[in-house]
Design a protein around this ligand. Structure first.
Ligand SMILES: Cc1cc2nc3c(=O)[nH]c(=O)nc-3n(C[C@H](O)[C@H](O)[C@H](O)COP(=O)(O)OP(=O)(O)OC[C@H]3O[C@@H](n4cnc5c(N)ncnc54)[C@H](O)[C@@H]3O)c2cc1C
Ligand code: SF4
Ligand code: SF4
Ligand code: SF4
Length: 370
């Protein structure tokens, strides 16, 4: 059988509108000395830059999260069977946690747990850098390297203290294209925080032994039901529909619904919740074709769903993930709520409900594809 290449990704993934724009293919193209493929336009699938230099090796096709070539291998490694029998993946325990660090809590999205763990790893030299993402404006984030606690605070949560740059061509996207940052790495041991599609790509690279994925020491996976993408033309519609101004948004959180913290005319804070079913027109197209809600291949998964305000739901998965998590718990760097059986069950049920709903959404979406 001929090897499938980037040409096949164009046909099977891009043209179907299911490219997640994770950047995996462009970052790990084997033709290292020639830029064969890359992103020419923001928020669009990658394209050929120099097709003649393509080696037809097929690496880009194998590690694309939409081809599912390595699913069986990954499932074995990460003790996951399938989304139907194991909707939120392998996890022996479920926790609801909060940092004990005031700054991480203040600036955190939920319980400030992700940044607290990253800081612990940095301080103990278990990693020497982390790829995270900082807010650039409402619905706009940018990948960055964090090497210190200050860097992590800058990247914390989804606080938006920068005014939006509403130029004519800009589109707003809650998704951060962080994987291509790996190409600029200068670290030996790196942590990566990412959505399920991003962590999947990293795991494929590690499975294939593609450089520099061996430097990824640990992956922290965020729950992700979907991301939002706004054309400039949609911003006015969004503002009108939900009676808010983009410039008043000071914090975004995605949990059971979209949660916006706004400043009002008296400079006071106000919180509004927008249900997901009212936001269908603003969802990134590729997210309709994605099944993984809880990041089943990460070392530890984190989300807001199921936990009270200012707490993070945590699913330690791998041995490495469990060891790190237990250490920070022991040292009281984070604290965990005591969950009785009924509370634990209700968190699980909620996660299962969102996981199943995501699978159902993909099923419906794929039925309508050519
Ligand atoms: C786009 C997106 C969608 C989400 N959807 C859901 C959802 O549907 N349901 C749900 O329960 N939870 C969702 N989450 C997870 C939730 O919002 C929190 O990130 C999670 O609960 C951890 O909170 P925390 O306070 O412990 O993290 P914090 O301590 O605040 O740390 C979060 C860290 O993640 C980094 N980060 C954020 N996004 C990225 C990214 N794309 N790439 C790299 N680094 C990143 C930040 O820079 C920061 O370092 C989503 C998160 C994101 C970013
Ligand atoms: S060289 Fe290999 S990885 Fe790069 S575009 Fe061609 S087939 Fe894909
Ligand atoms: S989903 Fe990622 S790996 Fe697949 S074609 Fe799109 S950018 Fe490339
Ligand atoms: S839903 Fe989340 S994980 Fe899935 S493609 Fe969209 S951003 Fe990636």
């Amino acid at each position: 059988m001929p090897v499938k290449t980037f040409q096949d990704l164009i046909k099977e993934v891009h043209e179907k509108g299911i490219c997640q724009e994770c950047g995996g293919c462009t970052s790990f193209c084997s033709a290292a000395f020639e830029k064969v493929i890359g992103f020419k336009k923001p928020n669009s699938p990658p394209e050929y830059i120099n097709k003649e230099a393509c080696l037809d090796c097929g690496i880009c096709y194998i590690l694309c999260p939409q081809t599912h070539i390595l699913d069986d291998d990954l499932n074995k490694t990460y003790q996951f069977t399938d989304f139907t029998s194991m909707p939120y993946g392998f996890a022996e325990e479920i926790y609801s946690c909060q940092t004990t660090d005031e700054e991480f809590l203040k600036y955190g999205t939920d319980g400030g747990v992700v940044n607290t763990l990253l800081n612990f790893l940095l301080e103990n030299k278990i990693i020497d850098g982390a790829i995270v993402s900082k807010a650039e404006g409402p619905f706009s984030r940018e990948a960055m390297f964090a090497e210190t606690k200050d860097d992590l605070i800058k990247a914390s949560g989804t606080n938006l203290n920068i005014s939006p740059h509403l130029d004519e061509i800009q589109r707003f996207n809650t998704y951060t294209q962080s994987i291509p940052q790996l190409n600029h790495y200068k670290f030996k041991k790196l942590a990566i925080v990412g959505t399920p599609c991003q962590i999947y790509t990293i795991r494929c690279m590690q499975n294939l032994g593609v450089t520099p994925s061996e430097h990824v020491e640990i992956t922290f996976g965020l729950f992700c039901y979907h991301n939002f993408l706004f054309e400039k033309s949609q911003i006015g519609k969004f503002e009108e529909e939900f009676k808010i101004k983009f410039e008043d948004i000071i914090k975004i959180n995605i949990k059971e619904d979209l949660i916006l913290k706004l400043k009002d005319e008296k400079e006071k804070e106000k919180i509004i919740h927008i249900p997901f079913n009212k936001l269908v027109n603003y969802i990134r197209p590729a997210c309709h074709s994605c099944t993984d809600f809880t990041n089943v291949y990460s070392d530890i998964s984190f989300g807001g769903l199921g936990s009270p305000d200012k707490f993070t739901t945590v699913l330690p998965r791998t041995e490495k993930g469990k060891q790190i998590f237990n250490k920070v718990l022991e040292k009281n760097i984070i604290k965990s709520l005591k969950l009785d059986e009924s509370k634990r069950r209700s968190i699980k049920n909620l996660i299962v409900k969102f996981s199943e709903s995501k699978m159902e959404r993909k099923h419906e979406f794929m039925k309508n594809l050519k």
